[in-house]
Design a protein around this ligand. Structure first.
Ligand SMILES: Nc1ncnc2c1ncn2[C@@H]1O[C@H](COP(=O)(O)OP(=O)(O)O)[C@@H](O)[C@H]1O
Ligand code: SF4
Ligand SMILES: [Mg+2]
Length: 328
């Protein structure tokens, strides 16, 4: 991949985000929502981040944007670590987020125009009301919204239209990098593809870089250059989108992949179906050793003793599993 020869735009190093949870009088336990995540995102690419609900995807997105203060670890953007309040303030103009739920993330009592212009107002990014108006219209055009809608209220729109309003708002500060947090999960299946295509077109037109979060592997398949699979606060596998679909190596990725309907019956027959049994454990009581061991058909004694290292098994293919060579 050509991007991979460059320097990464975003470098995430051993990122942890723990939440203190009250579990009784004066007693708290750390909920390890993100527990030592490291990966890079190259300029112009889309990294898909997938995993079951509750595995920590949103927390990765929010922490890497400093919407949550990291418990530990580093976030390096364009070669510079984001640390001080001044770094974070500048970073907010370059990196932004599109939220999952277009119903609750937009104020229903604001006009479309004011919603989209709010980041422009905050960052004082215009010199006259006319310039503000022009910028809003340009942003609406980018996302395929009719300019006549500018003075209407968010609650008058459908889910798909609202998500377009949310995207226009995220684009207002001219960001380079966007965390897209399940931006189509709340939408009708019939319009999901349209909105995903729009993300692709915007990426080409504006040179954007995405971290694209989804719980559904099918959603990220076409938009992602690489895919990271997350389980209970950790990334268990990271490789190119093609590789993760054709040759997943981690037992959890294999199980996720075998749940994806295969349009080609030949591939469907050849792929060994691995059912994923049981629920994801609570991150308050994560298993010792490998986090996946309570659901893994290959778990052995070592898996309970040692946390598997996230290592490069083949070029650009990272997996965290003690037995990966044996079982593939
Ligand atoms: N603000 C918070 N306070 C306490 N626990 C949280 C908070 N946000 C998320 N969590 C917990 O962290 C874990 C990961 O959540 P989340 O990042 O939302 O997962 P995902 O986006 O993959 O569904 C879950 O167990 C969730 O309950
Ligand atoms: S380390 Fe052990 S329990 Fe974890 S995925 Fe590999 S084989 Fe399964
Ligand atoms: Mg989430």
């Amino acid at each position: 991949m050509s991007e991979m020869n460059q320097k990464p735009l975003v470098e995430i190093r051993d990122l942890k985000k723990y939440f203190d949870i009250n579990v009784g009088m004066f007693k708290t336990l750390p909920l390890k929502a993100v527990d030592g995540v490291s990966f890079d995102i190259y300029r112009g690419e889309t990294v898909g981040l997938v995993g079951e609900s509750g595995c920590g995807k949103t927390t990765v997105g929010r922490t890497l944007l400093h919407l949550y203060t990291p418990t530990s670890g580093q976030i390096i953007y364009d070669g510079k670590e984001i640390k001080t309040p001044a770094d974070i303030h500048d970073f907010r103009k370059k990196a932004t987020m599109v939220f999952q739920d277009p119903y609750s993330s937009l104020n229903p009592r604001m006009t479309v125009s004011d919603i989209i212009a709010e980041p422009l107002d905050i960052h004082k990014m215009y010199s006259s009301p006319e310039e503000r108006r022009q910028k809003v219209l340009e942003l609406m055009e980018h996302v395929g919204l009719n300019s006549e809608h500018a003075s209407r209220y968010a609650h008058e729109f459908s889910g798909g239209q609202r998500q377009r309003i949310g995207i226009a708002r995220s684009l207002a500060v001219n960001p380079e990098f966007i965390v897209c947090d399940e931006p189509v999960s709340a939408l009708d299946v019939s319009i999901q593809a349209q909105v995903i295509n729009m993300f692709g077109e915007l990426q080409d037109k504006l040179g954007l870089t995405y971290l694209f979060i989804a719980h559904d592997l099918l959603v990220v398949r076409h938009i992602s250059s690489r895919i990271a699979v997350m389980y209970l606060g950790k990334i268990v596998e990271l490789t190119s989108a093609a590789e993760i679909y054709e040759r997943p190596l981690h037992p959890y990725s294999k199980a996720l992949m075998s749940a994806v309907p295969m349009p080609d019956p030949k591939i469907a027959r050849e792929s060994h179906r691995i059912p994923l049994s049981g629920d994801i454990p609570s991150p308050l009581h994560a298993p010792s050793g490998c986090p996946f061991r309570t659901r893994c058909a290959y778990a052995c004694e070592r898996c309970a003793m040692e946390v598997p290292e996230f290592r490069e098994i083949e070029k650009d293919h990272f997996v965290a599993c003690h037995r990966v060579e044996e079982i593939n």
